[in-house]
Ligand binder design. Structure first.
Ligand SMILES: Cc1cc2nc3c(=O)[nH]c(=O)nc-3n(C[C@H](O)[C@H](O)[C@H](O)COP(=O)(O)OP(=O)(O)OC[C@H]3O[C@@H](n4cnc5c(N)ncnc54)[C@H](O)[C@@H]3O)c2cc1C
Length: 417
């Protein structure tokens, strides 16, 4: 076959594209040529950043309830066809042993995203997959097969699998342009918004606790109605809130941010493991302690800087005031400030800070069994590009592997026919 002609061209050398290239090349058993085309200097740049470099590659709780999209049911068969056990088997088969944490998150035993990428590339290379980097696909024409215009010249393919990812995290290759290859062929893109993203808030008090991490319950409330709550680590930053618990339910904030109807607040319970009465008892004990002032009244209960900020937000300014001067109403006010610390939400950190994109190419235009376009036969799609996004915790990579598997298996079947 001439150098620029392949049976299968996969556009995008990210998680889905790399996995698909291996599945396809294995399925073809040497009877098909497979190429990956990647616009960046190297494949898998986003994969390297996953899990802060440790690659949370799946989750044992990856059922449909952890996924979102205008029709998340689309993902059902795909996820069932490639369950988490298959993900672990696949990675073991390329040399990556996996380990599951107590919370269900699955990682490579070596905790190195770089090792995951290296093993995928080694396997792809050994199967003869061509890796064409620094090459952006700029257009697709169907003409008894496909002609791909790229920044490195034309390519010809019998089947094309588009795995160009989402708009999140542009510094790692994310771009809203990645959808245009499919929209130019008649596909529809649903509105995009960032998911798994940091949240911006009023910073009057938050800024002064910047850098502090707490185990808390964070809730987002719209006009006083709780939309979502999560218990876990919350990190205070100079723009607002970050940390796993915040990121996990941030989708509700970005969805609100698109329309900005109603008032969104972040409500923190800073002592979720203590009941209200327990907190009151601790406060009563504190005001009875010799020499305690407002400045150190919460020392030992909350981090000092955090305790003082909570008191300030509750209206207490004079930190030299003796704690003993507080009455029962004051203590109730302070307990409420600790368990319902409210801050106005102003938005999110946008696609730049997001780990994944909500929205994408409409799934109704693809066959959920094969991932083949219903508009352009022979064209397939997988990964974040489609209007499916998962929760934080390995669910998005699981979707990338599972959708890549479904598409590549169907492509090989179609070429066999
Ligand atoms: C910081 C960070 C941490 C994350 N951590 C986790 C985690 O621990 N667990 C988890 O499950 N998920 C995580 N995610 C999400 C996960 O990385 C993505 O959902 C996943 O990578 C999507 O895979 P994909 O192959 O669809 O897209 P991508 O991995 O984004 O790959 C798409 C590729 O296509 C290329 N491309 C785009 N357009 C073109 C074109 N026209 N021509 C050629 N190439 C093109 C891009 O350069 C890119 O390399 C994280 C994301 C980020 C940003």
């Amino acid at each position: 076959m001439a150098e620029n002609r392949y049976d299968i061209v996969i556009i995008g050398g990210g998680a889905a594209g790399l996995a698909a290239s291996i599945f396809a090349a294995r399925g073809a058993k040497g009877s098909c040529s497979v190429a990956i085309v990647e616009k960046q200097q190297r494949v898998g740049r986003k994969l390297l950043a996953t899990g802060n470099g440790t690659c949370n590659l799946s989750n044992s709780g990856a059922d449909l309830s952890r996924y979102h999209g205008n029709d998340r049911g689309f993902a059902s068969g795909v996820l069932e066809g490639f369950p988490v056990e298959k993900t672990c088997e696949f990675f073991a088969s390329i040399g990556v042993e996996c380990t599951e944490r107590e919370d269900g998150r699955i990682y490579p035993l070596c905790l190195q995203a770089g090792a995951v990428l290296d093993c995928m590339r080694l396997e792809a290379r050994s199967l003869g997959v061509a890796e064409l980097v620094n090459m952006q696909v700029t257009g697709i024409v169907c003409n008894d097969g496909f002609i791909l215009d790229t920044t490195g010249g034309r390519l010809y393919a019998k089947r094309v699998l588009v795995c160009t990812g989402g708009a999140a995290s542009p510094s790692l290759g994310g771009s809203a342009e990645s959808y245009s290859l499919l929209t130019s062929l008649g596909h529809t893109r649903t509105p995009l918004f960032p998911s798994i993203v940091q949240v911006r808030t009023d910073t009057q008090y938050i800024k002064s606790v910047k850098g502090i991490r707490v185990d808390a319950v964070i809730s987002f409330e719209l006009d006083g109605r709780t939309l979502a709550s999560e218990k876990g680590e919350v990190l205070f930053t100079d723009y607002g809130l970050s940390g796993p618990a915040v990121m996990q339910i941030s989708r509700f904030v970005s969805d609100w941010e698109r329309r900005r109807q109603g008032r969104m607040t972040a409500v923190l319970n800073l002592l979720p493991d203590m009941g209200q009465e327990q907190i009151m008892e601790s406060l009563r004990r504190r005001i009875g302690m010799q020499g305690r002032t407002m400045g150190d009244m919460l020392t030992g209960l909350l981090q000092n800087r955090l305790g003082q900020t909570v008191l300030r937000s509750a209206g207490y300014r004079d930190f030299s005031r003796p704690a003993v001067s507080l009455d029962e109403d004051d203590l109730e006010r302070i307990a409420k400030a600790i368990t319902r610390w409210e801050t106005e939400v102003t938005g999110t950190q946008g696609m730049g800070g997001a780990q994944t994109t909500a929205g994408g190419i409409a799934t109704g235009e693809f066959d959920p069994n094969t991932m083949e376009s219903r508009i352009v036969p022979g064209l397939y799609a997988a990964g974040e590009l489609l209007d499916i996004d998962g929760d934080c915790g390995g669910f998005n990579l699981q979707w990338a592997w599972a959708s890549a598997y479904a598409a590549s298996r169907a492509i090989i079947d179609s070429l066999d026919r």
